[in-house]
Design a protein around this ligand. Sequence first.
Ligand SMILES: C[S@@+](CC[C@H](N)C(=O)[O-])C[C@H]1O[C@@H](n2cnc3c(N)ncnc32)[C@H](O)[C@@H]1O
Length: 304
Amino acid sequence: MKNEVLHYLNIHMEGVIVDGTLGDGGHTEFILKNTGPKIRVLGIDRDLSAVDRAKERLRPFKHRTKLVHGSLENLQDLAGQSGVTKINGLLLDFGVSSPQLDTPERGFSIRNDGPLDMRMDSSQTTTAANLLEKLKDAELISIIKNFGEERFAKKIVRAIRREQEKKPVITTSHLSNIISGVVRSPKYSRIHPATKTFQALRIAVNNELEQIKVVLNDAINLLDASARIVAISFHSLEDRLVKTFFRQEEKGCTCPPKTPICICGNKRTLKILTRRPIYPSEEEVALNPRSVSAKLRVAERVYV
Ligand SMILES: C[S@@+](CC[C@H](N)C(=O)[O-])C[C@H]1O[C@@H](n2cnc3c(N)ncnc32)[C@H](O)[C@@H]1O
């Protein structure tokens, strides 16, 4: 959705755009190629190997980029350390990248065997295998149910526990086989029965939803007037957070509907530019099937 991102960022002659989920730098490269020399990008990713690859790819734009290893929850600090006090656009392309999914050693893939890792930031200590090992049954059920929207969470945890009595569950294929043994995909579905559990563990390992809440809140202080947040979500939990946040910030006041005058003092900070999400075109999905679940939402900073 590179064209859509560029269009909605509505970039002017000069300023700083933050690409908060830099990945391999594909979006940033497109932005830099299609904007003037006074547009700079601060690129952030919690995956050090992604930052390294992006540095290589964006070498021709070295003088217009600052690429840092860090998490979205630290956006304000990372911006401050880079000398950025106001930003003119924020791109958030949530989720995992293709290199993360396609590298079995990273442990995100259901179909290719690897260690049950799932850390986007490999310097972090807790892996998915650690969660299976350490969490109580109720905690694990709650994660699989809430972050995976998986109705068979209890059944899955019981099966994991039975297996753990025999040997530790520390590989992706071991976990996906356990799940395939107790949950079936709907007839004719090509979705693997372990998909929801893998999503849930990934979200938990990387504390993804909390990071989204923090970065959206912090962005409000950083965005200059008329600067936009362009957010691309890949599942309903991410999209719901973005949608709810945008709506709340557009509304501003949180007083009960019948209150005669506002007493909360909350001001409107965003104007929503996409009442409905934007979806990738059929051509894009044909070229990149993983984009099929992408939803793009945009809001503009207003100061009232
Ligand atoms: C879908 S990919 C982005 C791809 C990128 N837009 C491109 O064009 O190559 C998502 C990236 O965001 C990173 N990421 C996800 N959550 C993050 C967070 N909370 N803080 C920093 N990076 C994050 C992941 O490590 C991954 O590299």
